[in-house]
Design a protein around this ligand. Structure first.
Ligand code: ZN
Length: 217
């Protein structure tokens, strides 16, 4: 029976197995969504990203004031030295911390930095992302809740390939109910939509109710 599986189904199983082994297959949904959104955002606003990059460079390794003390002191050595010397308990440290916090906080508000971050976050939530598990594309807000880690495609693929014979024609309502129950999903409609989109096509045998069968191609 295995050998009678339609070509697309065998391929889909293979691809799914391969995907699980990749680093993307092991990423959390949050990580994937972030990558996707960032890529989208970069594509949509290339100048903005160039600006960010330039700003970061100016504030970081292009800035001699920042670089020279860093170079002299060295990151972790400085930290352990400061810890041993009690520097972190000193007034100087406390002052530098509170001053830094206030100044940058103030600057962030005045410069509109916070406002920009907020706008970017809204834009990013509208950016389109692609679920790596099923290839569906949509806005982060819409697609996040039912794709990525919550995507039912891999599990459905498993069920479909194990339980439906290639020539079998069956009730999509019953099948959706069974799968929903199996996967502990409350929405039967969601399962039915996914079945029609990815796995099934209308049956051809005469029947009182519309039956469905595995897609042949
Ligand atoms: Zn998906």
């Amino acid at each position: 029976m295995e050998n009678n599986k339609p070509e697309w189904l065998r391929k889909a199983e293979e691809e799914q197995a391969k995907f699980s082994e990749t680093k993307f297959g092991k990423m959390t949904d949050g990580e994937i969504a972030q990558c996707n959104a960032l890529e989208n955002h970069k594509e949509q606003y290339p100048e903005l990203h160039e600006q960010y990059r330039e700003k970061a460079l100016d504030a970081g390794w292009r800035n001699p004031e920042v670089q020279s003390p860093l170079g002299v002191k060295g990151g972790t050595k400085t930290a352990s030295y400061r810890l041993e010397s009690g520097y972190f308990q000193s007034e100087k440290w406390k002052q530098s911390q509170s001053k830094g916090g206030k100044t940058s906080g103030d600057n962030n508000v005045k410069s509109g930095h916070f406002d920009n971050i907020r706008k970017d976050a809204i834009k990013a939530s509208h950016a389109h992302v692609t679920c790596p598990k099923c290839g569906n594309t949509g806005s982060v807000r819409n697609i996040k809740p039912i794709h990525f880690d919550n995507c039912i495609y891999p599990k459905m693929l498993e069920i479909i390939s194990n339980y439906i014979k290639p020539e079998e024609e069956l009730s999509i309502v019953k099948l959706s109910k069974d799968i929903a129950k199996d996967l502990n999903i409350s929405s039967i409609g969601r399962v039915q939509t996914a079945l029609k989109r990815n796995f099934l096509e209308p049956g051809v045998k005469p029947s009182r109710y519309q039956k469905w069968k595995l897609k042949q191609s």
